[in-house]
Design a protein around this ligand. Structure first.
Ligand code: ADP
Ligand code: MG
Length: 243
């Protein structure tokens, strides 16, 4: 298991009798962008929840930079450099977009970070600009559109300088023009060595962004290959692409 930033080995998760993840194994290297694909209900969000410590696994092992993070708390996993976004981001009511970004990863808006005196912050302004949120920076984050909330949650996750960024459907509801901007931004972070594991249905986005795809279906990994190889994989076409 050496060399990978993230390594899953035989990870399982069931809800009652429903085995959502049945001994799945895959890895993500530093500076690699991996797509996690599969039909609705195939366990993609569950996998991200288990990896990031938001749900306990039933078995198997998860390692981050060689450290065993299996069933470690989400907060401690974030401390190890794994930051994730949610399929449906929720935003604090009383904070502006700028304040959310200033506070760092969502859920980490500690009192200390909020009490920090305002300082001129180039990176923050750059992130607002790249994600086209400058014009709404002083509005309450809860007032943003669904797509803008997604953009803010990705920007906020990047702000906390992750080693591994896990994104759950980052472009759902996001304007098509902004999707290609997001590809450019995420590749820039990849080039700095950040690893990204991204759940996404938009195959154009996946092809532009990912060097590898892991496809889930009925609890199993049915493919782990380059995006261009997916169309030649009969199981993937049947379970996912061929709809
Ligand atoms: P995906 O993200 O691939 O669409 P999910 O991981 O959200 O799929 O869900 C996989 C399956 O697990 C679905 O059948 C879903 O209903 C079930 N599931 C997810 N979370 C829970 C939960 N907390 N309790 C019970 N069943 C769940
Ligand atoms: Mg999901």
């Amino acid at each position: 298991m050496a060399g990978k930033l993230l390594e899953l080995k035989d990870v399982s998760k069931a809800f009652g009798a429903h085995k959502v993840l049945d001994r799945i194994s895959f890895g993500v290297s530093a500076g690699e962008i991996v797509g996690l694909l599969g039909p609705n209900g195939s366990g993609k969000s569950t996998a991200l929840n288990v990896i990031s410590g938001f749900l306990p696994s039933d078995g198997g092992e998860i390692r981050l930079q060689g450290d065993n993070i299996t069933n470690v708390s989400a907060q401690r996993i974030t401390g190890h450099g794994l930051v994730r976004t949610f399929q449906l981001p929720s935003m604090p009511h009383r904070m502006t977009v700028r304040e959310v970004l200033q506070a760092g990863a969502s859920g980490n808006a500690s009192l200390a970070s909020m009490l920090k005196p305002f300082r001129f912050d180039d990176e923050l302004d750059e992130l607002l600009e790249s994600f086209r949120l400058t014009h709404v920076a002083d509005l309450p984050a809860s007032a943003l559109s669904g797509g803008q909330k997604k953009l803010l949650s990705v920007a906020t996750a990047l702000r906390s300088k992750p080693k591994l960024l896990c994104l759950d459907e980052p472009t759902a509801g996001v304007h098509p023009n902004l999707r290609s901007d997001m590809v450019t931004i995420l590749k820039r972070y990849r080039d700095k060595g950040v690893a990204i594991l991204v759940v996404e249905h938009d195959m154009l986005f996946i092809r532009e962004l990912c060097s590898r795809c892991v496809v889930l279906d009925r609890g199993e990994i049915i493919a782990d290959c380059a995006p261009r190889e997916l169309e030649d994989n009969a199981r993937v076409v049947e379970a996912y692409l061929g709809k």
